[in-house]
Design a binder for this molecule. Structure first.
Ligand code: SME
Length: 156
């Protein structure tokens, strides 16, 4: 997707997410809304969803859109585990080059994983977006997705 178009689409979808979540306090409902709105706005989003921190160093599938996702992911495994461990966004242009990548769906070719924090700055989840195209994600996706997950900070 061309950069200018991508920026504009993110601006629109961010406004839509902000407006839809206005007054909503429930975390899962908010995650489901974000996954749905993002997934259907971008053609290159093949799998869009959340893995929640449910135990020390353990992620469990949360609201998502796309094909079947793996249910449990340890912090020791995959791109999601690495992002959770480092508490930083990770962009992987080619998942086949990422040691330990978990292939939930063989059509997944590139990926971005963004950490999600609560009001106390504790890691509560990661947002995982996979694409069926190589090199689909860049700094524009990173910046906007990091902003979008801040809408979850005060949800419980
Ligand atoms: N690819 C991810 C696993 C999750 S799914 O692709 C839905 C990873 O390596 O963390």
């Amino acid at each position: 997707m061309e950069r200018k178009q991508k920026e504009e689409t993110y601006r629109q979808v961010t406004d839509q997410i902000r407006a839809t979540l206005e007054g909503e306090r429930d975390l899962i409902a908010s995650m489901a809304t974000i996954a749905c709105l993002l997934h259907h706005r971008f053609d290159y989003f093949f799998w869009t969803g959340f893995y929640r921190v449910v135990a020390p160093r353990e992620l469990l599938i949360g609201p998502y859109q796309g094909t079947l996702g793996c249910l449990h992911i340890s912090f020791d495994r995959g791109v999601c585990g690495a992002a959770a461990r480092q508490e930083e966004t990770i962009i992987v242009p080619d998942v086949h080059q990422f040691a330990g990548h978990i292939a939930c769906d063989p059509n997944s070719k590139s990926e971005i994983v963004v950490p999600v924090f609560n009001e106390r700055d504790e890691l509560i989840a990661v947002l995982d977006v996979d694409s069926d195209q190589y090199d689909a994600f860049d700094e524009v996706d990173k910046r906007h997705l990091e902003e979008i997950v801040t809408f979850l900070r005060d949800k419980t």
